[in-house]
Ligand binder design. Sequence first.
Ligand code: HEC
Ligand code: HEC
Ligand code: HEC
Ligand code: HEC
Ligand code: HEC
Length: 216
Amino acid sequence: MPQFFSPSANTFARMSILAVVLLLSSVAGLSYLIVRSHYETMQNMPREQPVPFSHAHHVGGLGIDCRYCHTSVETSAFANIPPTKICMNCHSEMWATAPALEPVRESYRTGKSIEWTRVNDLPDFVYFNHSIHVAKGIGCTTCHGRIDKMNLTWQAQPLTMEWCLDCHRHPESYVRPRDEVFSMDYRVPANQVAFGSQLVKQYHIRSLTSCDTCHR
Ligand code: HEC
Ligand code: HEC
Ligand code: HEC
Ligand code: HEC
Ligand code: HEC
């Protein structure tokens, strides 16, 4: 009987079967990861918006301070999303006819707010408060990443309970000087834990881990 497969062809066949199996299982593993991390938490996925508002242009490029738009971030639980009037401070003059800005002009004409898609959204049974984090020296970038480099905004951290608790247990690993809270290019010092421990004392930071801190 003639030999259809040489021994080396046989090895080749086995290797390609192995390759197919590996490929299939990695596709399965990968789609599991995508399902978990992207569709479930939407972390790192830029969100479509009714107007393609870019923090990269407005913050990174033009250097506008967060508080110009998110006016209540230091004083209340909620960091408000700016009303259309704030956009029109500039856009009644600049880019006043650009098609991308038509939804902004329409909102201004009709008085109907723009319906922004939420990016970071905790379940209703979780209580969060911006002002206390700002007051105790936790930077915007620690929780929101480099907003100044994002065209469309995405969620930069998992926002899971474990993630919150990790910092509540070890605030010294994350705290920074208060006057650096809004800075986008703040560098974590090499001696963060020692430096952070000093700030924890100075700012009287407590380790808040009891359930009723966040579930009230
Ligand atoms: C010119 C106005 C403006 C400035 C300045 C600005 N933002 Fe925003 N921000 C917006 C608008 C409009 C949205 C809603 C659209 C979006 O999510 O991109 C938004 C959304 C966000 C969100 C997501 C909100 C959500 O739904 O979870 C975060 C986080 C945020 N901004 C952080 C910042 C930080 C940090 C700064 C300063 C470094 C900043 N922004 C400066 C206008 C602004
Ligand atoms: C302080 C002035 C100022 C404010 C306030 C402002 N913009 Fe702008 N915006 C600009 C300038 C200047 C440009 C052109 C930027 C460029 O080309 O780099 C621009 C560009 C844009 C563009 C075109 C796409 C882009 O990013 O280049 C959109 C869309 C936009 N702005 C939406 C908004 C919205 C929505 C708001 C309100 C939440 C807003 N802007 C508030 C100054 C402003
Ligand atoms: C300790 C983490 C943390 C820090 C620090 C933080 N944020 Fe947030 N931010 C969140 C979470 C969590 C949400 C979602 C809140 C919710 O769904 O109730 C959020 C939501 C937002 C929103 C949407 C409106 C809202 O309040 O729900 C904006 C705008 C925002 N943050 C801006 C900022 C700015 C500007 C800073 C810096 C001064 C900042 N954040 C600092 C965690 C943080
Ligand atoms: C990077 C650090 C960090 C992260 C992440 C963080 N926190 Fe905090 N949180 C703090 C610090 C620091 C305080 C202030 C503790 C104090 O009062 O001394 C605080 C305080 C709070 C308070 C107390 C508010 C009050 O009025 O007493 C709540 C509620 C809270 N955090 C909720 C959350 C939730 C929910 C998350 C996750 C979505 C979260 N935090 C993530 C650092 C963090
Ligand atoms: C620092 C804030 C914080 C504290 C303290 C905290 N939680 Fe949570 N918890 C959260 C957040 C944020 C979520 C939502 C997580 C998500 O959506 O993935 C959550 C979700 C939950 C859930 C829903 C199931 C789940 O895992 O998503 C339960 C149950 C829960 N917490 C119980 C507790 C209990 C019991 C304690 C006290 C031992 C506690 N939590 C303390 C922030 C906190």
